[in-house]
Ligand binder design. Structure first.
Ligand code: ADP
Ligand code: MG
Length: 797
């Protein structure tokens, strides 16, 4: 057991604006506990009131200033947790801080650079690296990704995300077993056998989260995300399985609704935007106060899920993310205060070990067999399952004579054979039952004679019954355990199967369970075809495209608008930059792949040459009749050292290629994510534009309000403008297919008010679905209207 208080770290984000001096200072004296001092400028501290505090000091296990990069954060904060997780302890790392303070950046990473990848990708990389190194145990890794928004749990890895909206998916709910263990219903577990698979799951979840987010539900700032790695390990042949969970948590923004100013008493406990963070704080307060018996974990889903991480069986670490700018001082101070309370909580982490009943049965069966063999050796008789007919007959004779024997000292001797003993008992039981059936009234003189023996038999009978009952119970328990296990195995098989569904085009097959070497082999065999391997990465973007509105073909107008939007969008620079880097990496990987192939064939040649040389030498030895092999052949030595050199080169290149592959994968995922984001932002902008249009456009209003045709030229120019803007297509209220009837066209050539030129149909409301069909309808309509107007103008002239 490891007793430990929750570790707290602070990370200061680089400011958006230029550095504001004198707001904080960090004291990192090696001998002392690091402390962070936040200095509230006097103007903010509300003038010169005497009782205003001007500086606040907080102690942390570690403080990371603005220049601390992601690598340092991983090494100091996440790696120790990952290490104890690998040893079988539960671990949690959670980031707490106001929106924009760098929680997501710290936990998941930045969206731009590979070097910005955060704790999750780095930890995954570390974990899989370690698992591959350790061949002494059999490991199984699963991933789950849960989002809690408004007290509702959503499975971010639910494959149905593609087709359904968040509200339609089954909610993840909490179940508590009699031992108060928490189980999450509807949260899928996906097996990940490689770092790539785990990374894919992370990005899939992030993308699902982004897609589900709308301006109305600001999920990214108001929801909590819990990425969990589940690890089970066991030594080959051992019945003990170890389970450990690692939660990597990106909490909702901790800001309060009402900013109340800065300064001791003014920092009142205002309302949280996030109720579950409020409950988290209550749990933390309860835990940090001594002698509190009730901890209100059940108040919210998040505290229930993280119950073990807070005051339970877990090694927990908190990262307080701080955006230490003047306007954020109050939030920063409250984040630090929260951390100080958290630091008081003591957890007790234990190894979670479980006995695998299947293996226990196997052991027992083996033991039975061994004992049987031993017995057979001692008795000199081969031991069969059942007794032979002759043996049975012999036994029954013995029983009869035993029963008939009047001597109270007489014994039934069958030898040290349990089969025979059991048979005797069964037979006696049968006789007894038969006698009961015959009737208690017909008491024969014989039975009267044996009355004295009755209590003894009764007792034996009861004993026997007890033994039987005991055995029955044992069997039942084992059968139940087996059933449970079977169910678990089925579930485990079913879930990964569901998970794999997402990865059916994945470039590398997962290595087989129980063969930790498999991963390595897979990489080796994929090395020569690396370039082709990378090309299959495209599957993911098609998956992502499917997930966004992109699956519906965009109308031309929208496509054009999207191109313009993309050009002006800041993220497109990132996408382009990453594209460039990707290109470079691809060609580097390709070149490396070729060099590796070369090295391989060189190695092959060298080996062959050495073998040839060897044969020659032996042949020479024989022909010259030399019993002792000649002195070491210099040529062969040279070839061998060349071979070693080539092998070293191969290894170095291979390691580089492996790293490159991970980097490419990551960059590709980053780009996919950026694309989805861009698409989403375009959709929002598009909808806004359309709404504005609906409000402002006289062209549309003219329809609604049935304005007379007098405005022809105005309307026309508006329309042309609309068309050139290409953003008109989502104008909400239009008339359907205005020019479909020849009658109406005929009418339109006459100089009448505009509404006359349009068939008398009810005004139709078209929802802003982003539906291409609707778009092209609208576009067609507007074009048609334009031509009607043009005709009208010509007619007027
Ligand atoms: P939160 O998740 O707390 O709301 P984010 O992680 O989204 O905040 O960070 C807000 C912005 O600040 C992002 O653009 C992010 O890239 C940037 N950022 C945060 N922390 C750092 C850091 N340590 N170094 C560089 N940029 C950072
Ligand atoms: Mg965030």
């Amino acid at each position: 057991m490891v007793k430990q208080t929750i570790q707290i770290f602070a990370r200061v984000k680089p400011p958006v604006r230029k550095h504001q001096q004198g707001i904080y200072s960090i004291d990192q004296d090696e001998k002392l506990i690091p402390s962070l001092e936040i200095i509230v400028p006097r103007d903010l501290a509300d003038g010169f009131v005497n009782n205003k505090r001007e500086s606040y000091k907080f102690k942390f296990q570690g403080i990371f200033d603005q220049d601390a990069n992601q690598e340092i954060i991983f090494e100091h904060i996440a790696k120790p947790v990952a290490e104890s997780f690998l040893a079988g302890y539960n671990g949690t790392i959670f980031a707490y801080g106001q929106t924009g303070s760098g929680k997501t950046f710290t936990i998941t990473g930045g969206a731009e650079r590979y070097s910005d990848r955060g704790i999750i990708p780095r930890t995954l990389s570390y974990i899989f690296e370690q698992l591959q190194k350790d061949s002494s145990k059999i490991y199984t890794t699963h991933i789950s990704y849960l989002e809690i928004y408004n007290e509702c749990g959503h499975d971010l890895l639910d494959p149905r995300h593609e087709a359904s909206s968040l509200e339609d998916l089954p909610k993840v709910t909490i179940l508590e077993d009699p031992d108060q263990n928490i189980h999450l219903k509807n949260l899928s577990l996906h097996q990940a056998t490689t770092e790539e698979e785990a990374l894919n799951l992370l990005f899939l979840g992030d993308t699902n989260r982004m897609i589900a987010e709308t301006p109305m539900n600001q999920a990214s700032t108001r929801s909590h995300c819990i990425f969990t790695v589940h690890l089970s390990s066991k030594e080959p042949g051992s019945a003990t399985v170890r389970h450990a969970k690692l939660h990597l948590v990106d909490l909702a923004g901790s800001e309060r609704v009402a900013k109340t100013g800065v300064g001791g008493l003014l920092l009142t406990e205002a309302k949280y935007i996030n109720l579950s963070l409020h409950y988290l704080e209550q749990v933390i307060i309860a835990l940090s106060e001594k002698h509190r018996s009730h901890i209100p974990y059940r108040n919210s889903m998040m505290t229930s899920v993280l119950r073990d991480s807070l005051g339970g069986n877990c090694m927990t670490t908190m990262i307080a993310t701080l955006s230490l700018e003047k306007r954020n001082l109050d939030e920063s101070i409250s984040t630090c205060r929260f951390a100080q309370r958290v630091a008081l909580i003591k957890n007790e982490a234990v190894l979670n070990e479980e006995i695998d009943p299947r293996l226990v049965i196997k052991h027992l069966q083996k033991e039975i067999q061994e004992l049987k063999d031993e017995l057979a050796m001692v008795t000199g008789e081969p031991r069969t399952e059942a007794l032979t007919e002759a043996e049975l007959l012999q036994l029954e004779k013995l029983i009869t004579s035993f029963l008939e024997d009047q001597d109270p000292e007489s014994r039934l001797e069958v030898g040290a054979d349990m089969r025979k003993i059991h048979h005797c008992f069964h037979h006696l039981k049968k006789l007894l039952n038969d006698k009961k059936i015959l009737g208690n009234n017909t008491v024969s003189s014989e039975s009267k004679d044996q009355d004295c023996q009755e209590p003894l038999k009764e007792e034996e009978y009861r004993k026997l019954q007890d033994i039987l009952k005991q055995r029955d119970n044992e069997i039942n328990i084992l059968v139940n355990m087996l059933k449970k296990e079977k169910k678990k195995v089925q579930e485990a098989l079913y879930l990964p199967a569901k998970g794999r569904h997402e990865f059916r085009h994945s470039q590398s097959p997962p290595f087989p369970l129980g063969n930790p070497e498999g991963g390595q082999r897979m990489l080796l065999s994929s090395a020569p075809s690396q370039a082709q391997d990378f090309s299959t990465l495209g599957y993911r973007s098609s998956l992502l495209h499917k997930k966004t509105g992109m699956r519906e073909e965009m109308s031309l107008g929208r496509q054009e608008a999207f191109e313009i939007f993309k050009r002006d969008h800041a993220d497109s620079v990132t996408i382009d930059d990453n594209k460039q880097i990707l290109k470079q990496r691809f060609s580097e990987a390709k070149a490396l792949g070729e060099s590796i192939n070369e090295a391989r064939s060189k190695i092959g040649h060298l080996k062959e040459e050495i073998a040839q040389r060897h044969i020659q030498q032996v042949a020479l030895g024989i022909s010259e009749n030399m019993a002792v092999p000649p002195t070491p052949d210099q040529q062969e030595e040279k070839l061998r050292s060349q071979l070693e050199e080539e092998k070293r080169r191969y290894k170095t290149m291979f390691t580089r290629l492996k790293a490159l592959k991970v980097e490419i994968e990551h960059l590709q995922l980053l780009m996919d994510k950026a694309k989805v984001k861009l698409q989403k932002e375009f959709e929002v902008w598009w909808a806004e534009e359309a709404t504005n249009l609906q409000v402002n456009s006289p062209a549309v209003n003219s329809l609604d309000h049935k304005k007379p045709f007098l405005q022809t030229s105005d309307t026309q120019s508006e329309l042309s403008q609309l068309l050139s803007n290409k953003s008109d297509v989502n104008a909400r209220k239009i008339l359907p297919s205005p020019c479909r009837s020849p009658h109406s066209q005929k009418q339109s050539s006459i100089s009448t008010p505009l509404e006359d030129s349009i068939p008398e149909r009810p005004v139709l409301s078209i929802p802003l679905t982003g539906d291409s069909q609707t778009d092209s309808d609208i576009l067609a309509f507007i074009k048609a209207r334009q031509s009607i107007l043009q005709k009208k103008c010509l007619g007027n002239n």
